[in-house]
Design a protein. Structure first.
Length: 510
């Protein structure tokens, strides 16, 4: 990708140093084709800038043609909704605590090679209008941290310098672990000796976009929620590590990719601190096990712990490092490079012809281990026996399971559907009068569907045996003679194999 560099000089004077790589026309077309939400014009970019920053729309000193300058867009008032919050004009979903995707699109808009210099001046002036001057500075081995206590917008301010100093220590801890594990340091702009970090009101916990810009942390969050400082520091610095492996510097993500970008960044919170900035990242794939992995975003965290645990060949091995190396090696034109790299790591790490060396079957193994509680256990043992929420409480995910009790002569019928890389769980418990009788199970899947099945036999909820009929991607049927002294309940797991689909389940005891 041919590039020329643009520095936002007005912001730099305040201590916010951002450089943008302007692509050539063909590269720009490729980028916007991959992500249709990147603003493609001056007006679209300005609208996004004003929505994000709540800028007032500064009129430039040099007069512009009427078709170039537009007054600030009058924004409608948004009603308060359960998943929405409003601060400084910016509407956000509360669970999108890391604003990497939103700001990436904003700065991609500023990179538009069709923009004129005067248009970029207007856009930078809008950002500058909402940016304080960072008068205070704290320096560590790898970071320069800047903040203010004199902004007219009080949400920007931090009065207690120890908050910033402690954050510098958290970042250094994460930096050292990343360098030791990944053999690579996080991305720092080519003309900078250290990574910059600023604190202001960003209406989220943190962000690390664009690659040649600072990490930004939300001042109000840092003051009010000290429990998020460690995990969010690791999370945002991990985005910078992703950039060092080509994410957004070589590969423009498209489609559903946050299971990779935000999921692995959430994994880094546990890797460094055994703590997460929000317990929903740990609980989501258990309270809603049918959530498609590729749609899970932050909630993909337990899967990445499972991925790392199961792929380990030794205590020093790290499957996430293997993943990023595979990702970096892919050609920039590769479609869905996150999935391609992920598939390559799974296929190459398992012995030839092993059933789990294929992504659909590997996911079925995760589906099983969610029930068994083995999702953080691999060949080298248990990973992260304790994972804490921001308040220091141990997080213990509870799996959502559909319960059904069967007595002699009973039939249970359920019609449902499962998403690709999602799972449904049915727990069939057997009354005393079923001992020695036959259990017949059948699942009729839609002709367009693709499924995996796992059977987990349990005695009083303790695992006895698990079987995986991996060669049945469509329907499933079997008969078993019940021995309640051995197993008095059966958990049937139905997972989507990339696609999933509708199905009908029937279980009878005769």
């Amino acid at each position: 990708m041919a590039r020329k560099q643009l520095k936002l000089e007005k912001l730099g004077k305040k201590g916010l140093h951002i450089s943008l790589n302007i692509p050539d026309i063909e590269s720009w077309k490729e980028m916007t084709a991959r992500d249709r939400y990147i603003p493609r014009s001056f007006l679209q970019t300005r609208k996004l800038v004003q929505q994000v920053y709540g800028a007032k729309g500064v009129r430039p000193k040099k007069p512009l043609r009427p078709e170039v300058y537009k007054p600030a867009i009058k924004r409608r008032a948004f009603k308060d909704r359960p998943l929405l919050a409003i601060r400084r004009g910016f509407v956000k979903r509360r669970f999108e605590e890391c604003l990497e995707e939103l700001y990436a699109r904003l700065f991609f808009g500023l990179c538009n090679p069709y923009l004129t210099r005067l248009q970029r001046d207007i856009l930078e002036a809008d950002i500058d209008d909402a940016t304080p001057t960072f008068k205070n500075e704290h320096e560590t081995d790898h970071f320069i941290l800047r903040w203010t206590n004199s902004s007219s917008h009080t949400a920007d301010n931090i009065a207690d310098a120890s908050i910033v100093e402690d954050t510098g220590g958290f970042l250094e801890t994460a930096w050292d672990q990343y360098e030791d594990t990944f053999g690579r340091t996080p991305h720092v702009p080519a003309d900078a000796e250290k990574m910059e970090v600023v604190f202001q009101d960003i209406s989220g916990a943190g962000l690390a976009s664009p690659p040649d810009g600072p990490i930004q942390f939300d001042s109000a969050t840092w003051i009010a929620k000290p429990g998020v400082r460690q995990p969010t520091s690791a999370h945002e610095l991990f985005h910078k590590l992703q950039y060092a492996f080509g994410y957004r510097t070589q590969h423009t993500p498209s489609g559903d990719y946050k299971w990779f970008s935000e999921g692995t960044a959430s994994w880094s919170e546990v890797f460094v601190w055994q703590r997460v900035s929000g317990d929903y990242k740990m609980l989501g794939l258990f309270s809603n096990p049918d959530l498609n992995l590729y749609n899970a975003s932050y909630r993909a965290l337990p899967y990445w712990i499972f991925f790392d645990a199961r792929q380990k060949d030794s205590a020093m091995d790290n499957a996430i490092a293997d993943l990023l190396q595979k990702y970096e090696a892919l050609d920039a034109t590769t479609a869905y490079p996150e999935r391609v790299a992920y598939e390559e790591v799974i296929e190459e790490d398992w012995p030839e012809n092993n059933v789990y060396g294929q992504v659909d079957n590997f996911f079925a193994l995760f589906a099983r281990d969610r029930r068994l509680g083995h999702w953080r256990i691999g060949p080298t043992g248990l990973l992260y026996p304790t994972i804490l929420d921001p308040d220091g409480n141990d997080i213990v995910p509870a799996l959502m399971v559909t319960e059904a009790e069967l007595g002699a002569g009973d039939t249970y019928v359920s019609a449902g559907s499962v998403s690709g890389f999602g799972s449904d769980y049915y727990r069939l418990s057997f009354a005393d009068d079923t001992d020695g009788m036959d259990l017949a199970i059948s699942v009729d899947g839609a002709s367009t569907g693709d499924f995996s099945y796992y059977l987990v036999w349990e005695r009083n909820n303790n695992w006895q045996m698990a079987t995986f009929p991996f060669h049945l991607p469509e329907d499933y049927g079997a008969s078993y003679t019940l021995d309640l002294a051995w197993a008095n309940n059966l958990v049937l797991i139905i997972s989507g194999r990339g696609q999933g689909g509708a199905y009908s389940l029937t279980a009878s005891v005769t």
